[in-house]
Structures are given as C-alpha cells and as structure tokens.
Design a protein around this ligand. Structure first.
Ligand code: N01
Length: 554
C-alpha cells in the first residue's frame, strides 16, 4: 500500500476501511442485475457506486429529444424473473428513454436494490493489494472501501466524446452533448440550432429538433445507411401474444447470433433472383427495425459483392426520399459497406432535409475551422446558432475503463496494459487484474448484440464463478496469459473474416484520435459465445487460474 493511500485514510478519520465482498461500478442494466445476483441470491455484501444522481446508466444520461431504444421493448428487458416479465407493460415497439428508465426504476424497487446503491459517486481508482488480495476502491467523494471482487458494469458507450474543436470554450450560446443531457430538458422552439454528428443519436435528435427549431443545421462527417424504425403502439392482443410466447422468444434471442429477434436467411444473396431480393429488402425496410441488417441473406456482411447489392438498394431509398439531388448525394454513403457501421434506425430523418428550415453541411467538403462565440466557422463561412448540440458519440468500450485508475498486479495500470488495444479472456477478465470482471467489456459480443441479453449472460456467468469460488474456498481468480493471448487473436481473426474492420467506425476505435485501431467487440455471435463460456465453466474454468486465500469467504 502506498503512503498516499495511508495518508488519505487517516485524513478520512475512518480508522478502518469499510469492507465488502463486492463493489459494483455502475447502476445501469448491468449493475442492477449484478447487485441482485450477488446480494439477493449469493448473499454477498455489495456496494454499487454510480456517478449519476440516479440509476439507469445509458437511460439516465441520454435524455435528448428522440432518445429511444431500437430493440423491441419486449426483449429490451431482463428475462431472469418470470413475474417481472409478466407484470411489466411496454407501451411501444421501441420504448423511449423515459419508459426504459421507468422500467429500471421499477426493477430497482422490486428487488430492493436502492439501499445498496450509492449515487452521485464516481469511482476514480481501484488498486489490487497483492498482500490482502483485495481491491481498494476510491471515489470522487473521498471514500475508500475494500472489496474482494470488483464488477465493472461501466457500460460500453458511457464515456462521451466531445471533439477537440478549436474555440469550443468560446461559444456563448447553449451547448449540449447528447449523452449529458439536462434533466429539465431543453426548449428549442424558435431557436437556431446546430447538430454535430449523424450517428444513431444525431439522427434521432436532429429529427426531433427539426420540428421545433427556427432553423437547424446538421453537420455531417460521414453519411450513414439509416433505415426505418417502424415504431408502433402495443395493443392488448400483441402484448398477450408476446407474454404467452416468452419461452420461445427468449430461447431464440439467447442462442442466436445477434441477441435480437432476427435471424439471417440461410441463403447466399447470389442464390436469390433479383425479384426475390427486391421483395426481401422491401419487406424488411417497410416493416422497420434491424431486419434489413440482421435478417438478410447470410453473406451480406462477409461478401463484398453481396453487400454491394444491398448497399446500393439502401442508397436508392435515400435518393427517393430527399427532394434535392445534391443534398441526397451528400446524405448517401459511399465510403463503407452497409451494416459494417452500426445501422441507425430513423423515423422521418431523410424528410427533414425537404424542410425549408433544415440545412446539411458536409464537413468533409467544408471542414469546421473553429467554434466562434456565436456559431461555427467552416471553410465556406460562418453559421450562427443559439444552441449547439454535440451528437459526437463515445470513446467506446475501452474509454470507460481508461477513465478509472485501475491498478492490478505490480501496480500496473489497466490503460497501460491496453495501450495497443484491449487484452482480455472472453471479454470477461484481464490477466494480472484478479477478481475484476468486465461486464459486456471489449472482446465480448456486447454492442453487437441486444445489450440486456449480453448483460444477463455475463452477470449469470460471473455469479456462477463466484459461487464456485466460495464453495471451493478459492479467493482469487484470473485468466492465464496463454488463454488471454489466444482469445485476443481469435477475436481479431473472427472480425477480420468479415467486412466490418474495413470501415472507419467506433467498433475499430477510429472515431477517437490516437486510439489503437483494433476491432473492439467480439463478432462470433452471442449464442456461440454463450456456448463457449459454458464449456469453459464445465471444463473446470479452463483458461482461468485460481488461488485459495485465507479471506476467501470474507
Ligand atoms: O455516436 P456515433 P452515436 N466533427 O459515434 C460524428 C448506440 N445508440 O451517439 O461517422 C464532425 O455513432 C461522427 O462522424 P463519423 C448505438 O450503438 C443506440 O450516434 O465518425 N463530426 C458521427 O456521425 C450507436 O452506434 C441508440 O465520421 C464528428 C457522430 O459524430 C452508438 O450508441 C441510439 C466529429 C457520432 O456518431 C453511438 O451512437 C443512439 C467531429 N470532430 C445511439 N466527431 C438506440 O437507439 C464525431 N463526429 C438504442
């Protein structure tokens, strides 16, 4: 233990550091379920630290107008409790931010979770003490606690990315990042607004603001292949249907590739006649959702020729929906293959560019030079705004880990170990960071799946290994270096057998200057990945090394 740590404790006047079996970092979907499993089922003492002033994670922070899940509500939820599944009533196919947050607040109350969640507290460091084999966790509120296990439930998309544009601090109007949205909301009525970024978030927020603002300018760096959302209200009959069929529904999404209620067509695109392809694409496009992406011909994400057919088909739809051909051209992607960048779902996005009060600026054509006190200056001139909205995304997957000083064996920082890209075994643990679990961490299916499905799989696997350790009197677990190296290589091999790594995306870390460009999530599919994790456990947790410890049950 370092002198500074000793000093801090004395300053706190605690005399003794509070001890927990587990500290959970984050109170979103992952942290809430972890607390339930570890405390309510395994009987561990646990403390959850949450930076927000309330629970909900993604759904606490992302309150921007138009924020909505793009996964069907009846599977964008937990499946572990039949009573919860049956009692909760979703109102729409795609639930809005408030509805998802209401759901998570309901879960927290139902399972009596709030009493062990400390909100308004950001974990700043976690240090593994090799003598006590415990983690010392520190927070921005000055707390120091000790835990045998740490579960990082940080969220894959929780470190907001605000680009370093010259003059950013000089802007005198209102400035927002979509992932740090004011709780009281923002009224854009009659204002001149600039939205920077056209990913899934930018597309949602621009569509809403276009209806209110006096004028909206959308700054686009890369056009996307956005496809219709197809939202609708859920009626009683449909609600009854999914509640009666939950066994089958969860059976599908837990074991298929994507964790969504879509499966690819077991056919290569070239095997289908042009009329059949047209029917397939059109039907999925009109129904809305991810069907065109995840329930399409099985080779569209691995075969360039197959992909070019569907990419071109989506480009034609954009051209049909935007009146001005020059604007349509700017909105049409040509630099990447459909589906290799996260496909945004939209509800009238392309049509906003047919309104007189909306303009599109392509910042590759006319780069942003600086933010001025009154607006944005590009190489083509200055645009004046009352409000600027940054929908510029996240330092995905590794960013949330890099924000915490995580020191494992030998005092080595995790961010240093991961300097050339994350190194994990199964995306669950990293060698030399014993008893630290990373829920939906890098090199796990995570963001390439339906998140609640991936989260439940991880939380359940983690609680089983902890149960195994307690039964066996084992205090410490970590992956072997060999298992980790193999997984890192395997994860990259799988990604590089597809078209995904060829596109400049946040999956590859390209959006953050200086970030190593390696494919971050695991592309093997949630079903096969689940099977692999289960086999590892059944084979005595192969690839993991355990050590007994005197304090194993502490
Ligand atoms: O972030 P993004 P997001 N100058 O990184 C642009 C999930 N999600 O918040 O593409 C100008 O996708 C950047 O340009 P480029 C979903 O998984 C889910 O939209 O890098 N522009 C891009 O257009 C999603 O994928 C839902 O060239 C700059 C945009 O900002 C993930 O979150 C809803 C720039 C950022 O897009 C992230 O989506 C919303 C700069 N300096 C999001 N820097 C659901 O519905 C960045 N950009 C559940």
């Amino acid at each position: 233990m370092s002198d500074t740590q000793q000093d801090r404790r004395q300053e706190d006047g605690e005399g003794r550091v509070e001890e927990f079996d587990a500290v959970v970092v984050g109170a979103g979907f992952a942290g809430l379920y972890t607390l339930h499993k570890l405390r309510n089922e395994l009987g561990l003492s646990a403390r959850v630290f949450e930076a927000g002033s309330g629970i909900g994670g993604t759904w606490y922070w992302n309150r921007y107008p138009g924020a909505r899940s793009d996964t069907s509500s009846w599977i964008y939820c937990y499946s572990f409790d039949e009573g919860l599944l049956q009692e909760w009533q979703w109102s729409e196919r795609y639930p809005g931010q408030r509805e998802v947050l209401n759901y998570l607040e309901h879960v927290a109350e139902r399972f009596d979770l709030n009493r062990d969640i400390q909100t308004g507290t950001r974990v700043t460091s976690a240090t593994f003490d090799e003598t006590t084999e415990r983690w010392e966790v520190r927070t921005d509120t000055g707390e120091v606690v000790s835990a045998r296990f740490i579960v990082a439930a940080l969220g894959a998309l929780s470190a907001a990315n605000l680009p370093d544009v010259p003059g950013l601090e000089n802007f005198t109007g209102e400035r927002y990042h979509t992932a740090e949205w004011p709780h009281e909301g923002v009224d854009f009525t009659g204002k001149r607004v600039g939205v920077i970024g056209t990913g899934a978030t930018g597309i949602q927020v621009a569509t809403e603001i276009a209806a209110l603002a006096d004028h909206l300018t959308v700054f686009q760096r890369t056009p996307n292949y956005a496809i219709p959302l197809g939202n609708y209200q859920i009626d009683e009959e449909f609600r009854r249907w999914y509640k009666e069929n939950y066994d089958e529904i969860w059976g599908q999404v837990r074991h298929n590739f994507s964790g969504h209620d879509y499966d690819p067509i077991e056919k290569q695109l070239q095997e289908a006649a042009p009329e059949e392809r047209e029917r397939t694409f059109r039907e999925r496009y009109e129904r809305g959702g991810f069907g065109l992406w995840l329930a399409n011909y099985e080779d569209i994400l691995v075969d360039r020729d197959a992909n070019s057919v569907v990419s071109e088909w989506v480009r034609e739809r954009i051209a049909e929906r935007v009146d001005d051909p020059a604007t349509a051209g700017r909105l049409t992607p040509s630099d990447h293959a459909f589906g290799t960048k996260r496909v945004p779902l939209e509800d009238g996005y392309y049509e906003i560019f047919n309104q007189d009060n909306v303009a599109l600026v392509d910042v590759k054509e006319t780069p942003v030079e600086e933010i001025t006190p009154t607006g944005v200056r590009t190489s083509a001139g200055e645009y004046e705004f009352d409000a600027l909205v940054f929908a510029t995304g996240f330092d995905a997957m590794t960013g949330p880990y890099n924000k915490i000083d995580i020191r494992g064996r030998g005092g080595r920082l995790l961010r240093d170990k991961w300097a050339n890209g994350p190194r994990t075994y199964l995306g669950l643990m990293s060698a030399d960071y014993p008893n630290l679990f990373t829920i939906t961490g890098p090199q796990s299916p995570s963001v390439l799946t339906n998140m609640p499905v991936a989260i439940e799989q991880h939380v359940e696997w983690i609680s089983e290994i902890i149960r195994h350790m307690r039964v066996g009197g084992l205090g410490v677990v970590e992956p072997t270096r060999e298992a980790e190296d193999e997984w890192v290589d395997h994860s990259q091999e799988v990604a590089h057998s597809t078209l995904f790594p060829e596109s400049a995306t946040w999956y590859m870390g390209v959006n953050i200057p200086g970030k190593p460009q390696v494919f971050l999530p695991y592309l093997g599919g949630i079903g096969p990945y689940r099977q692999k994790c289960d086999e590892v456990a059944a084979n005595g947790y192969e690839g993991f090394a355990f050590a007994s410890s005197e304090g194993a049950n502490a």
